[in-house]
Write a protein that binds this ligand. Structure first.
Ligand SMILES: *Cc1c(COP(=O)(O)O)cnc(C)c1O
Length: 488
């Protein structure tokens, strides 16, 4: 793998390691409890490596990766907000982290109150009436809400609604969730501004439509000014409207999907409310719905009795059932609660305003040097095209790779699919003007390099630990496990 080798190749054969501290009494107790049940006959085949070698190895690896603690991180679509460290402390408080999900509700009133308060806050933020915290990710929130859509139509005896409409800018999980529910998916083209094309929508609407899924602001970072009209038309045809809330970063505290006419939305708590999501989970994708969908939400629901005690209630005969064990992924939910309570309504609004301001400032600095196919003022993110650079021989990927040489993480590239050579940039709301300027300067310098010395860009990165990886192979054939060599 590299000149220093993998950790298990760093074994000290003559046994340079100190044994783990233990004492005879505990060893004997463990042996008596585990013998015949789970006690190993042979020691586990683990490498014998001194502690300091392990620490050095993983520290070295961490330094080869780019992370939010290393520098600016402009990935778009994932709505990367700053995750304050204090929320990590909150999520680890033993009284919260060690609650057993099977504990009797009377013993965990504090946790239930936290979750109930979070439900209420998310309902208020989204302009909806009821919330479930169960789904563990945005995609599963979509699935949950679409199952509620199906249950709603069925409850009205409206059995022919089997189609979901999505715009061509939608995130891949939208059509995938609809297909997972057994619905057929119809994609409609966006108009020249990258927005919902009302005539294309009209043409797709009929009494077989279960719903329309829209991201607002959409994946181009553009707000749909006709969103109320879109909702009216879908409702007029008997369908429901779903808001993909992954871009709530641009709305929290300012505008509410519930007020725009949406029937349901999911939050990506791990994007908008303080859970680091680069590591691939766990996340949380709470779903908020209007009153007419509440009866279908997953059970158990957290219900407050007349005595002020909270209990878990599964007596909802129309519910779609459970979509996750217990009450969802508690860690991300505690972080979300801490983030929301910490900021308060005005603080949340300020976070949103700064996200939008930062994106607009950055765009104003770089827009002369790159194409901007959809020119509406962006919200929290914007999508450039490297078509002009491609004509000079440098693709969007090359620009992204060259950014690494300048000390920046690459933006999202080649998404959304409707923008050729897309560079999707979202500056975090907490970045200073100085870091935004440094990033803009790098993008401008790279645009000049594409004109003057394109090979420099095409062969980038020149300073990264690893240059151009086979990303498909890396994603499909992950090789992370320690496999001890066969003996004998
Ligand atoms: C991230 C994202 C999703 C999916 O959310 P997960 O939590 O990753 O499942 C859906 N839509 C949009 C626009 C997103 O950015």
């Amino acid at each position: 793998m590299n000149e220093e080798g993998l950790i298990f190749e760093r074994e000290v054969p003559e046994g340079g390691c100190l044994p783990l501290p233990g004492d005879e009494a505990t060893d004997a107790l463990a042996e008596s409890l585990l013998a015949g049940v789970a006690l190993r006959a042979q020691p586990a085949p683990l490498p014998d490596v001194p502690e300091w070698e392990v620490v050095r190895h993983f520290t070295r690896l961490s330094q080869r990766n780019w992370g939010v603690d290393t520098g600016f991180y402009p990935l778009g679509s994932c709505t990367m907000k700053h995750n304050p460290r204090v929320n990590e402390v909150a999520a680890r408080l033993p009284g919260l982290a060690r609650v057993h999900p099977d504990q009797h509700p009377a013993q965990v009133q504090g946790m239930l109150r936290l979750l109930k308060t979070l439900e209420e806050a998310l309902a208020e933020i989204s302009g909806m009436d009821a919330v479930t915290l169960q789904p563990p990710a945005g995609a599963q929130g979509e699935l949950t809400a679409l199952l509620c859509f199906q249950a709603y139509h069925r409850s009205r005896g409206d059995l022919g609604r089997t189609r979901i409409i999505v715009p061509d800018s939608s995130h891949g999980t939208n059509p995938a969730s609809a297909a997972r529910c057994g619905m057929t998916v119809q994609t409609i083209q966006s108009n020249a501004q990258g927005l919902t094309d009302l005539s294309a929508l009209d043409a797709a609407l009929d009494d077989t439509v279960a719903g329309f899924m829209l991201t607002n602001p959409n994946t181009l970072g553009v707000f749909e000014p006709q969103v109320e009209e879109v909702c009216r038309r879908v409702h007029g045809a008997g369908g429901l409207v779903y808001c993909d809330g992954a871009n709530m970063n641009a709305l929290v505290g300012v505008a509410r999907p519930g007020d725009m006419g949406f029937d349901a939305l999911h939050f990506n708590v791990h994007k908008t409310f303080s859970t680091p999501h680069g590591g691939g989970g766990p996340g949380a994708g709470p779903v908020a719905v209007k009153r007419h969908l509440e009866a279908f939400l997953p059970v158990p629901r957290i219900v407050e009795g007349a005595d002020g005690m909270l209990r878990l209630d599964s007596e909802y005969p129309q519910s779609i059932g459970k979509v996750h064990s217990f009450s969802g992924n508690i860690g991300p939910l505690v972080r979300a609660y801490a983030y929301i309570v910490n900021h308060g309504p005005l603080g949340l609004r300020e976070v949103t305003e700064r996200a939008v301001l930062n994106a607009n400032y950055l765009l104003s600095r770089v827009r002369e040097a790159y194409d901007l196919p959809y020119a509406s003022p962006p919200m929290h993110e914007f999508v450039l095209s490297a078509d002009r650079q491609k004509a000079l021989g440098c693709r969007g990927l090359d620009v992204a790779k060259r950014l690494l040489d300048y000390g920046f993480h690459a933006p999202t590239v080649y998404f959304p699919l409707i923008v050729s050579e897309a560079l999707m940039i979202e500056p975090t709301e907490t970045e200073t003007k100085r870091s935004l300027d440094a990033f803009a300067d790098a993008l401008l310098a790279i645009a000049r390099e594409c004109e003057e010395q394109p090979d420099l860009v095409k062969e980038a990165p020149h300073r990264a630990y690893a240059a151009r990886l086979d990303e498909v192979l890396a994603a499909r054939r992950l090789d992370l496990r320690y496999e001890p060599e066969e003996e004998g």
